[in-house]
Write a protein that binds this ligand. Structure first.
Ligand code: SIN
Length: 287
């Protein structure tokens, strides 16, 4: 079957049309979809009114799924493969602990030694306006750096922290943050990673990076800030305006993303994510 697609932006992203992931899909059709995923960094599938089992089943075609041991409080109670990203209050009326998920530029599970290959986020409920997500093409950002900068960063490792909501103070001191930080010690990851399937080099950074291994925070901060600012220039970014039953699949090895607080937080925003496990990367360090 020929796959119909349209690009989402100049930087990254492709919408796949006329595909229903709840229906059986041949290896060859999935192979074509996977090729588009590798070429464009993110896939958009609209109108996927699927069950949780179907979401999980389709996700498995991209690889083994994470059971979210790094974020146990955000797991769906019946499906460990699903991570809740929701501001729906808990049954006892307390606020959802995952309501601020993804509010910093990041790639999934970068603060573990098995950072994610990909993620498939499905949208259930949206606020009246906003609740958008930004995606940045980190390979394009890397390519645009000067030869001198590429040489400077070639061997650097950035130290990725879990529980980094302390940076914007939204969740500082909560039990959830303490647990996430206890479960996930700081991990040094290469600042430049070659994509295991395409071989293309990409920046691997984000706002969870505190400093470079072997350097102080003061020494590291200007370069971290420069690289994050560079990578999130508008020409490297796609902004997704969600619709109910959208599924976005992103490649964490060459993109990063950020959930925006651009909506009325009294309105429901509920999404569920599967996370595809990637190849081992990084090493444990002290913060
Ligand atoms: C995430 O970072 O997994 C969530 C992104 C979003 O809610 O838009």
């Amino acid at each position: 079957m020929a796959i119909k697609m349209r690009r989402l932006s100049n930087a990254l992203g492709a919408e796949i049309r006329d595909v229903d992931i709840s229906k059986p899909m041949s290896e060859s059709t999935f192979g074509s979809i996977h090729r588009i995923f590798l070429d464009h960094g993110i896939l958009l599938l609209r109108n996927q009114n699927v069950t949780r089992e179907q979401h999980i089943e389709f996700s498995r075609r991209f690889g083994e799924l994470d059971k979210h041991d790094a974020l146990p409080r955000d797991r769906h109670p019946d499906y460990p493969e699903l991570l809740l990203v929701t501001n729906r209050p808990n049954p006892d009326g307390t606020p959802s602990e995952s309501r601020y998920t993804g509010r910093l530029w990041h790639t999934d599970l970068s603060y573990t030694t098995h950072p994610a290959l990909g993620s498939l986020l499905r949208c259930f409920n949206l606020p009246e306006v906003g609740g958008d997500t930004l995606f940045a093409n980190m390979a394009m950002a890397y390519d645009a750096l000067s030869a001198g900068m590429k040489k400077l960063i070639a061997d650097l490792h950035g130290i990725h922290l879990s529980g980094t909501r302390q940076i914007n103070n939204q969740e500082a001191g909560t039990a959830r943050q303490a647990e996430v930080m206890r479960l996930n010690p700081p991990i040094a990851q290469p600042v430049v990673r070659a994509h295991p399937e395409t071989g293309r080099k990409a920046l691997y950074l984000g706002e969870k990076v505190k400093r470079f291994d072997g350097m102080t925070e003061d020494e590291s901060r200007p370069l971290i800030d420069y690289l994050n600012k560079h990578a999130t220039r508008p020409e490297f970014v796609y902004r997704h305006q969600w619709r109910e039953n959208d599924i976005i699949v992103w490649d964490n090895r060459c993109t990063m993303h950020q959930a925006l607080a651009d909506f009325d937080e009294t309105q429901l925003r509920h999404l569920e994510r599967t996370t595809v496990m990637g190849t081992p990367s990084g090493y444990v360090v002290t913060a």
